[in-house]
Design a protein around this ligand. Structure first.
Ligand SMILES: *Cc1c(COP(=O)(O)O)cnc(C)c1O
Length: 384
């Protein structure tokens, strides 16, 4: 099983082997490619998607409108045009119907993201993608270890699956991975690695960190503007696209074999139990507030962030700030990605979701006592 390094494709290092075996068991996968980021894994998946459809000269990939910008940025890096599927206003998830709305004769792939531990209905998508000859790319990064209602693991349905183990993720020690789930996609991966070169960025870690910070700052600033509609979406999209090339080199990253993924994998059951316990505590304490709670983690078994959708979207910023001032982590920066890249792919569900969502922490940096106090703060400020 290979690893993409700065020099070549090499054998998986011993530090990754247990995690690799575990991932292959969960997905029923055939082949693994380790990389520095899920972004790099996505880039490889996109190259696979274009190589298997050589007759399509202007390939497009359908990605969810609700997520970080990574899936779209990696698509651009691989020469594909990202198209944005709307998500349910109450779920944040794509559906077969919203994906079908973006289908064209140029579509080569679909990316399904199990957002925040909520699970996309994959089987209908799987069947439709097979009918249309599209590569189905599944991303369970935010639902690592979760199961569908019938007990299968998430990550077991896509043709290829990508995971991030970088900062803030469920396993956060570093690196990303691509799993080829079928013998066809495993052969396609081999073919792609032979045909294409994935020379990782030669930027120093300091340069990469500075670029990533600049990019995040730019993104956050644009979210602030879009929230107020101070600029038209077209203006923002055009300006954002012009500065894109400056940031794209940070997306191709070699795996770091010094990282001990085995230990993190071994610890995964405890990590997930901790998250579930805290998420259940929020769900119990926050019932009946001025919001809708996202509780699908109770079916999937995995929570990445505990999320609520405020009844009153106009309160999103003031409410988040009030809870932050009380000393708690709050994020509300999941903004519809179509508005940066392609506003004409209208996504009203993502717009509603992005304006109402408030994310709360359940990772190992917080405990039950923190959650109790955070809930007190949320309840106190709910009609801010
Ligand atoms: C963070 C994230 C990514 C990107 O991961 P990197 O390893 O930082 O490239 C991709 N998909 C999802 C769902 C994520 O949460």
């Amino acid at each position: 099983m290979p690893i993409l390094t700065n020099h070549a494709i090499e054998a998986t290092p011993p530090n990754f082997l247990q995690a690799e075996v575990g991932l292959l068991q969960q997905t029923g996968g055939q082949q693994v490619l380790w990389a520095g980021r899920a972004a790099t894994a996505l880039q490889v998946a996109y190259e696979m998607a274009t190589l298997r459809r050589p007759e399509i000269t202007a390939p497009e990939v359908i990605v969810p409108a609700m997520m970080c910008a990574t899936a779209a940025n990696s698509a651009i890096l691989a020469g594909l045009t990202p198209r944005f599927a709307d998500v349910g206003a109450e779920t944040g998830l794509i559906s077969l119907e919203t994906v079908q709305e973006r289908f064209t004769q140029n579509t080569v792939a679909v990316v399904a993201i199990h957002l925040l531990g909520n699970i996309v209905a994959m089987d209908a998508l799987r069947q439709w993608c097979a009918e249309k000859n599209l590569l189905l790319i599944e991303d369970p990064t935010q639902a690592l270890g979760a199961t569908f209602t019938d007990g299968r693991y998430v990550g077991s349905v896509g043709d290829v699956v990508v995971y991030s183990f970088n900062r803030t993720k469920i396993i956060d020690v570093g690196n990303g991975v691509l799993v080829a789930n079928t013998s066809e996609s495993a052969a396609l991966l081999q073919h792609t690695l032979a045909e294409k070169s994935f020379a990782p960025s030669q930027l120093s870690p300091d340069e990469t960190a500075q670029l990533a910070l600049s990019y995040r700052n730019l993104h956050h600033s644009l979210v602030g503007l879009l929230r107020m509609r101070a600029l038209s979406p077209e203006d923002i999209s055009a300006g954002f696209m012009r500065v894109q090339p400056a940031f794209l080199p940070m997306y191709t990253r070699a795996a770091n074999p010094a990282i001990d993924l085995n230990a993190a994998w071994e610890h995964l059951p405890q990590t997930l139990a901790h998250r579930l316990k805290l998420a259940n505590l929020y769900a119990e304490r926050l019932q009946g507030g001025a919001w809708t709670l996202l509780t699908e983690f109770q079916q999937s078994g995995v929570c990445w962030r505990f999320s609520l959708l405020l009844d009153d979207a106009a309160q999103q910023v003031a409410f988040s700030e009030a809870v932050r001032r009380d000393g708690f982590h709050v994020s509300n920066l999941y903004w519809p990605v179509n508005q940066f890249f392609r506003p004409q792919d209208s996504c009203p569900g993502a717009d509603s979701f992005g304006r109402r969502i408030v994310n709360l922490w359940v990772d190992l940096s917080v405990d039950e006592e923190y959650v109790e106090r955070c809930c007190d703060s949320l309840l106190r400020h709910q009609y801010a």
